[in-house]
Every structure is written in structure tokens, then in C-alpha cells.
Write a protein that binds this ligand. Structure first.
Ligand code: HMG
Ligand code: MG
Length: 306
């Protein structure tokens, strides 16, 4: 890393909006399908280029997204936007292909216990299932994103070894995924740790193929993003309003709020192509539907300013 005042900022950053999936999956309130659709349509008008719209998992595990097919087929598709969805297995892929999503996102954990709690299988048993999904999605002409969860710590096991992260990441890339999102599932990472972990991972993987996915449970997400940018990462997952969390990670709260990230990047002169006013308006819309104040700082500043 360079000295203070010499940090290495990128000219542009891609924000991947995961609110309709990661945000809503942990909400007690079932947001009606037509509201989800109206919200995603608003997000499509903000300049975002990638939106994770839903999840084709077992609806008994994630009832909040039981309407995945209706949402995916009900939204207006804007050219130039990738509409992605989470897919855990072959059955999920079939549903996702029927709904014609642009991208399948497969997911697993670097820690055994979280993998088991989240997808009911060992890491070893997950590999062949995801390999089949990735190969079939590619054969169907879809792009494929991979997620590794618990990269910076596991709610059940504590510290996670970078070697395990590398093993899972290598296997996912070997399956043919286009991009890997590294998940701080429980928002436990700090900038020094991010630097140490990325230092190792970037010796092996191209920065352009990596995204960082920070939950903001302990308020370190923006600091972690700054460090990731300094290390050469230019793609970040975020969730409008700061909605979200993993239901199978106790205490996990929302992703970094997209509008908080956007405020910081705009102020730093880093290009995203996303319009802040439109994003804030989409945040206000979902806050009203959820019926409680969301964690986003920019949303609350906006509210108190009337
Ligand atoms: P399982 O129970 O082991 O599955 O669940 P199974 O294959 O034994 O099947 C059992 C039943 O599930 C059957 O139905 C299947 O039809 C049904 P039954 O005969 O009992 O009526 N089923 C499905 N139904 C619809 N769609 C499907 C599907 N698959 C099976 N795709 C499974 C295994 C993976 C499905 C389950 O554990 C599951 O759905 N888990 C999802 C959990 C989840 O969504 N977690 C949150 C997302 S991950 C996350 O948030 C982290 C991330 O944000 C990154 C980060 O922050 O780190 C990505
Ligand atoms: Mg997440």
C-alpha cells in the first residue's frame, strides 16, 4: 500500500445491487410481488448495470422470495442490465432458466458449519452440485457468478483460513464462473484483514474477476471498500437502504447501503454511472413498504432534511 495521500483510487467502480435478493431474504415482512416488481423497475432506471432480483432456493427456507418466478417474469427488462438470481442446485436452475434470468449466481461457504446450515450439505458434497449448475447455465448461454461466504469469519466457527477460501474459490473458477464475490457474511472484517486476505488472493486471481460483498453489521463496510479499492478491486455488492442479511448467519445485518457507497464514490470523483437521487427514491420506496427505518445513513439524512 502507498503512504497516506497516495492511495490508489480507481477511475470507476461497478455497484452490483443485491437488495431485492440479499435485502429482502431476511425480512420478516413479505413484500407483495407487485411492490417488488415496481421497486426493481425503479432500480432499473437508476443507471445500475447489474441487479440480483431474487433467489430460486427452496421457498420453505426463504419464504420472503417464494415469488421468484413471478418477480423475474414480471419486471421490465432494460437493455444493458444484467438481471441475476441466486441458484442453489439443478432444481433452482431449471426454475431460473424458465424465468429467463440473465445470470445464475451460485453460492457456498468457506466454512463447513455455515455451508451446512445454509445449504444443508458439506462443502465436499456441494461441489458436484454447483459444477453441474454452472455447466448447464453456461450451456444455456447464461453468465455465472459465484459467491464464497464467511471469507472473513464464520458465525459458528470463528476465524476462517485463507487456504479454505482459496480452495473453494479455485474450485468455483475451475467450474467456469465469470466472477467471484467474496462475502463478509456477518460484517466482521476490518481493513487490515481485508488487505491481508486480498494480498494473498490477488496473487492467484485477477482483480477484475473479484467482487467484494460487505455486510455492515459493525460499521466497517465503507472502510473495507476503501481498502479493497486501494488493492485494485472495482466491483462491490450493495443493497439499497442497507437492507438485508443471511438468515442462516445469526446476528448478520444488511449489506453496505448502495446510496452510502454511491455518496462516497461520487464525492471522491469515482464514476459509477448511477444517479443518486433516483437511487434514494428507490430506497424511500422500499423503506415505506418494509415499514421501518432502514440503516442507510444517506436515506436518514434525506428524511430529516424533509
Ligand atoms: P434440501 O432440503 O437439502 O434440499 O435443501 P433437497 O434437495 O433435499 O430437497 C428437499 C425439498 O426441497 C424438496 O421438496 C425439493 O423439491 C425442494 P419436497 O419434496 O420436500 O417438497 N427443493 C427446492 N424447491 C425449490 N427450489 C429449489 C429447491 N431445491 C430443493 N431450488 C437447498 C437444499 C440448497 C435447496 C436449501 O438448503 C436452500 O434452499 N437453501 C437456501 C438458503 C439461502 O437462500 N440462504 C441465503 C442465501 S446465501 C447468502 O445470503 C450469502 C450471500 O449473500 C453472500 C454472503 O453474504 O456471504 C450470497
Ligand atoms: Mg450477503
Amino acid at each position: 500500500m502507498l503512504g497516506v495521500g497516495e492511495m490508489n483510487w480507481p477511475a470507476s467502480v461497478t455497484i452490483k445491487e443485491v437488495g431485492p435478493r440479499d435485502g429482502l431474504q431476511n425480512e420478516k415482512v413479505f413484500v407483495p410481488t407487485e411492490d417488488k416488481i415496481a421497486w426493481i423497475n425503479q432500480l432499473s432506471g437508476t443507471g445500475l448495470k447489474s441487479i440480483e432480483i431474487t433467489s430460486f432456493v427452496n421457498p420453505k427456507w426463504i419464504p420472503a422470495l417464494a415469488d421468484a418466478a413471478e418477480v423475474a417474469t414480471g419486471i421490465e427488462r432494460m437493455p444493458g442490465i444484467i438481471y441475476s438470481a441466486l441458484v442453489p442446485n439443478r432444481q433452482g436452475l431449471e426454475r431460473a432458466l424458465e424465468a429467463d434470468v440473465d445470470e445464475a449466481a451460485v453460492f457456498m461457504s468457506a466454512s463447513e458449519t455455515h455451508n451446512h446450515r445454509n445449504i444443508n450439505k458439506s462443502i465436499r458434497a456441494t461441489f458436484p452440485i454447483l459444477r453441474e449448475v454452472v455447466q448447464e447455465a453456461i450451456a444455456a448461454g447464461k453468465s455465472v457468478r459465484g459467491y464464497v461466504s464467511t471469507v472473513f469469519g464464520c458465525p459458528y466457527e470463528g476465524p476462517v483460513s485463507v487456504d479454505e477460501v482459496i480452495r473453494v474459490s479455485d474450485t468455483l473458477f475451475d467450474m467456469g464462473i465469470d466472477e467471484l464475490s467474496l462475502g463478509d457474511t456477518i460484517g466482521i472484517a476490518n481493513p487490515k484483514q481485508v488487505q491481508e486476505v486480498l494480498d494473498i488472493l490477488l496473487q492467484r486471481f485477477d482483480a477484475k474477476k473479484l467482487a467484494l460483498h460487505f455486510h455492515d453489521t459493525r460499521g466497517t463496510a465503507l472502510a473495507n471498500i476503501l481498502m479493497s479499492m486501494d488493492m485494485g478491486i472495482t466491483t462491490f455488492d450493495a443493497s439499497v437502504g442497507g437492507l438485508g442479511g443471511c438468515p442462516y448467519a445469526p446476528g448478520a445485518s444488511g449489506n453496505v447501503a448502495s446510496e452510502d457507497l454511491l455518496y462516497m464514490l461520487d464525492a471522491m470523483g469515482i464514476h459509477t454511472g448511477v444517479n443518486r437521487e433516483k437511487l434514494l427514491s428507490a430506497a424511500r420506496f422500499i423503506q415505506e413498504k418494509i415499514g421501518r427505518e432502514l440503516p442507510s445513513r444517506n436515506l436518514q439524512v434525506g428524511n430529516s432534511n424533509g
